[in-house]
Ligand binder design. Structure first.
Ligand code: COA
Ligand code: MG
Length: 288
């Protein structure tokens, strides 16, 4: 089970020195240092150098550090990897992943360098073909997480943005199921209207209820809401403790089930309760 928190996953354009500095003090569980869509073509070369230097000289603490390179089929991808490899990235986030072969190609390139011996791969789920191939992609070498690319998905599907995201539900759930099957992380797509706190909260709650580990974010103003929504509440933690205590007591009496708040508690509920406590503990460690 995934216990490292990924409640808030903040995109930072690799070209923006000020945002790169600022991020060292922001309460993000993870950062996506972006060289792809947030960086204009004329800035690609300077951004990758700035980012490699920044990652080598700055301390982002416990935050997970992902670098989103350009697709390896693009004119920038291979050089992004060359420059970023020197900074020993914790994970490379590969965009436009349509098939497992895209991940296998990157994995071979990482295998070929000692600096990237430990580097994990994350994949953007942002095309209909990628979504349909989600299971084989999730099972590919070095895979550690999916990031939903909902803007690209909506574009390719020709579907509309709606507050309930009904047109995107299958495209969200298929990669989510693949991620769960493979035991990797899955984080939801961005909420574009970054000044709309209520809309963001509603979408975070929807993603959380579906089973996502967290949400990708584009602006620091979105951090607190994602951190709050994707964390277990005090009430959930208290219930988890009571379920475990009641189940232990039932087991001691030789019984296989307990009842808490009028609801049955079985083995499987204890697994969920323990996960809730483990997540709460991991979040507490992260925020220490
Ligand atoms: N990460 C870290 N810091 C950020 C940030 C981010 N994603 N977005 C903004 N900031 C910082 C700014 O540098 C600014 O810092 P300062 O006040 O110390 O100078 C502060 O937060 C306030 O920024 P603000 O003026 O409100 O935002 P903006 O109008 O300059 O920029 C965006 C708005 C959306 C362009 C910007 O947030 C952004 O580039 N987001 C990331 C986009 C991205 O990565 N997209 C790709 C994936 S979808
Ligand atoms: Mg994209």
């Amino acid at each position: 089970m995934q216990t490292r928190p990924f409640r808030s996953v903040l995109y930072i354009p690799g070209s923006k020195a000020r945002a790169l500095e600022k991020a060292m003090g922001l309460p993000a569980d993870a950062i996506i240092f972006d060289l792809e869509d947030a960086v204009a073509p004329e800035e690609k070369a300077s951004a990758r150098v700035l980012l490699a230097e920044t990652l080598q000289s700055r301390d982002y603490g416990a935050r997970a550090k992902l670098v989103r390179i350009n697709a390896l089929s693009s004119q920038w991808g291979a050089e992004d990897l060359d420059v970023i490899a020197s900074a020993r990235p914790e994970a490379i986030l590969l965009p436009k992943v349509d098939t497992a072969t895209h991940v296998e190609d990157l994995a071979r390139r990482l295998d070929a360098r000692p600096e990237t011996a430990e580097t994990q791969i994350w994949a953007m789920m942002e095309s209909p073909l990628g979504v349909l191939n989600a299971l084989s992609i999730a099972q590919a070498p070095r895979m550690a997480g999916f990031v939903m690319g909902t803007n690209d998905l909506a574009k390719d599907m020709g579907c509309r943005f709606r507050p309930d995201r009904l047109p995107l539900l299958s495209a969200l759930q298929l990669p989510l199921m693949a991620a769960k099957s493979a035991g990797i992380v899955a984080v939801d797509g961005v909420y574009n209207a970054f000044r709309d706190a209520d809309g963001l909260r509603a979408e975070c709650e929807q993603g959380r209820d579906m089973g996502f580990d967290g949400k990708t974010l584009i602006h620091p103003a979105q951090l607190d809401i994602a951190n709050e929504v994707f964390a277990p509440t005090e009430a959930e933690i208290a219930t988890a403790r009571r379920q475990i205590a009641a189940f232990d007591a039932a087991t001691a009496r030789g019984e296989g089930v307990a009842v808490v708040d009028g609801k049955i508690v079985e083995n499987l509920h204890i697994v969920t309760a323990q996960q809730t406590l483990a997540r709460a503990e991991a979040i507490a460690e992260m925020t220490e």
